[in-house]
Write a protein that binds this ligand. Sequence first.
Ligand code: COA
Length: 239
Amino acid sequence: MAPQGPIAASVGRERSPEVGAERCSASDRPRPRRSSVQDDREGEPSATPPLPVADTPSFKVRPARFDDLPGIVALQRAVIAEGTWFIAEPDELGNPDEDMRARLTMARAGRGLVLVAESTAGRMVLRGPPRAPLGWIVVDVGQYRRTRHVGRLEVMVASRARGAGVGRALVEAAMAACASIGVTRLTLAVYAHNTRARALYAALGFVEEGQRVGEYRMPDGAFVDDILMALQVGQGSLR
Ligand SMILES: CC(C)(COP(=O)(O)OP(=O)(O)OC[C@H]1O[C@@H](n2cnc3c(N)ncnc32)[C@H](O)[C@@H]1OP(=O)(O)O)[C@@H](O)C(=O)NCCC(=O)NCCS
């Protein structure tokens, strides 16, 4: 389902790709504030301590709950249906409900993160499930003892909410929460053509560690490189 509903006007301004492509670090909009606001997971016991929650006047970032899953999956389907940003095509998604539930279960046990950005202006960005998020971020923690310090990051923001600081707030909140789950290294892979995502990660300190040339073949036959990025969280460089 494609995002159709209106986004609260206060969430942010639209930014054209042309303008955004020229500016990778400076921003004239207010930065999301970090706070130590407790999350609102009433009645849901969790092994994880309260996570940092980022707030702005128009949206907040908080740990996901199980009742967020329909909205999280709806957003995932909508972004994948755009066909531009992720590897899977809509008919290759498998069972995203089960997959996301498993990831949230791990997160609730302190073995990962699932955070959502939700509008605080009382408007929904997507039609469909109630409280559909503006965006979400998942950090999957390595499953082996030798990889448990590594978190693999995946983030997406609803198309109509992009360019308003939601993505930055999600990644910053995940970075701030890494210590609580024992993650000291965040990694991700991004299409070479995804200039907005690459600019966001670079602005937050991620470095490009590698490139897999022609890793993907797009529906039009074009080959696209995969860019591997990483951030040492709270540790400085490993080299
Ligand atoms: C990539 C994505 C998560 C970024 O979230 P966002 O809310 O649109 O980004 P923000 O508004 O927080 O902008 C953060 C940074 O991105 C960069 N950016 C934003 N808009 C941009 C544009 N149009 N062009 C180039 N860079 C841009 C800037 O560096 C910006 O930094 P600033 O805060 O200093 O201005 C979001 O656009 C998205 O979900 N895209 C589709 C899915 C996707 O690509 N996911 C990542 C896969 S690896």
